[in-house]
Design a protein around this ligand. Structure first.
Ligand code: ATP
Length: 258
């Protein structure tokens, strides 16, 4: 299974000081949650890990090789990204969109075969959007589109799954369904690294957490050791209380009158 490593990585957030160099090792079986306030650089980090943005300094290594030295096709076979905002500008059906996930695995101009179709079908079914497979993507609701994007990543089947707020637009049932799916993928050997705004999803589902501060400071480690009330209050500049539910802490923001 592939693994992704950052070596003294400084992401390039415009007009920000360098901050703390990231030395993170994202490995098979792990589920990472990246937490931080708006503008902290979560999306920038994800895009840098995917090789879509250059770092300011340091490196991203995919199986010990700098990402920049690898062919995009090789990278796309091992690493996939669900974007936060997608411009689905050209008309495509849900099935056509899911099949885009197979492109890294096909030679140029090679058409998708039966197995590719089957993979896409299974992924769409896993995300409860198989019944929409003939619909144009542009006609879907926000949550349906989000599930198609995750199904496309599942169809791509890389070892490393990068996701930018995967529960965006999802109702509660589908939030849990997606988190279960990500946990099952990690249990099967994938590595999952996602930005989250919901602390409680991180507390319940992530094995590892990276806290990213607006000034570029960062810390990371096993989830239980990172999800401490004081650290999270400092991260979000927000008063929180903790209540226990099902053996997992639930963080609740409170109005401190400030
Ligand atoms: N092209 C750009 N020019 C100037 N500033 C930029 C550019 N792209 C991103 N930024 C800034 O970089 C910072 C980090 O953006 P990023 O999208 O990574 O944050 P984020 O943590 O994902 O935020 P959010 O929680 O709101 O999604 C933001 O302040 C953003 O305005």
């Amino acid at each position: 299974m592939s693994h992704l490593q950052t070596c003294d990585l400084i992401i390039n957030v415009p007009a920000r000081a360098d901050g703390f160099p990231l030395n993170v090792h994202i490995q098979s079986g792990q589920i990472w949650g990246v937490l931080g306030p708006n503008g902290a650089g979560k999306t920038t980090l994800l895009h840098t890990l995917a090789g879509l943005l250059p770092s300011r300094s340091g490196q991203v290594l995919l199986n010990e090789t700098p990402l920049a030295e690898l062919k995009r096709r090789t990278v796309a076979q091992q690493l996939g990204l669900v974007f936060q905002d997608r411009q689905d500008s050209f008309p495509a059906t849900v099935m056509e969109t899911a099949l885009i996930g197979r492109h890294p695995w096909l030679s140029p101009w090679e058409a998708e075969g039966h197995e590719d179709q089957q993979r896409a079908q299974q992924a769409l079914a896993a995300l409860d959007v198989a019944h929409l497979s003939r619909r144009l993507l542009s006609t879907l609701s926000g949550g349906e589109r989000q599930r198609v994007a995750i199904a496309t990543l599942m169809t791509q089947n890389p070892d490393i799954w990068l996701l930018d707020e995967p529960t965006n637009h999802l109702d509660l049932h589908h939030q849990v369904k997606v988190m279960r799916l990500l946990r099952a993928q990690a249990a099967g050997g994938k590595a999952v690294f996602m930005c989250l705004h919901d602390l409680n999803l991180a507390a319940r589902w992530c094995s590892h957490v990276l806290l990213l501060y607006p000034n570029g400071d960062a810390c990371w480690g096993e989830a239980a050791s990172m999800l401490k009330l004081e650290a999270l209050e400092q991260l979000y500049q927000q008063k929180l209380i903790t209540v226990a539910a099902g053996g997992v802490p639930v963080f609740v923001p409170v109005d401190d009158g400030l």
